[in-house]
Design a protein around this ligand. Sequence first.
Ligand code: SF4
Ligand code: SF4
Length: 194
Amino acid sequence: MLNNNIEKPSAGSPQRELQWQQRLYETPGGREILGCIQCGTCSASCPLTDQMDHAPRELFALVRDGAMEEVLRSNTPWFCVSCYQCMVRCPREIPVTDIMYALKRMAAEAGIFPKGHKMPGLYKIFNQDVARYGKITGSILMGRYGLRHPVDMASKMGTGLGLLKTRRFDFTPQKMVDPRKIAALLKRKRTHIK
Ligand code: SF4
Ligand code: SF4
């Protein structure tokens, strides 16, 4: 659990980088970064490294250097697809994937996003739909995303058609029996993670 007493770092604060670093170290598994031996196994295992501005190994070096603004502005966590290849191969058993999630949460809280990256917007829509319905409906999610990013959406039509062909694209709105339980759970998590 993050320490709720740590102030949200303000822009331009000289202590900003240290506060963010401290907050990351207080997330579950965050302090494990200190045991990273910079072997690069995570980067070599990651299928998305070529898209990332910093490979996972580099990102952890930046964290330890205290260059947290650069870390939070990095597109690396937003490209992470949670495949866990890095985690299962890390010789120090560092929870790389979990740390990527923590960095995304911190970037969202700080309002810092990698320039031009579309994933933060998609995550927001995803989160809103889960809070409202308890689950997502592919067509609604992609429709809302398409309104924000029509050009990108058009470029993904082929993927959409593939999902249609394999019947993995719902048009009927999906809803849990009692979505309020999920909404309450999300609210509680947000209260704990500040
Ligand atoms: S595999 Fe583990 S120890 Fe090696 S660079 Fe990545 S996080 Fe560090
Ligand atoms: S979990 Fe994320 S960072 Fe790790 S290998 Fe997979 S995509 Fe890369």
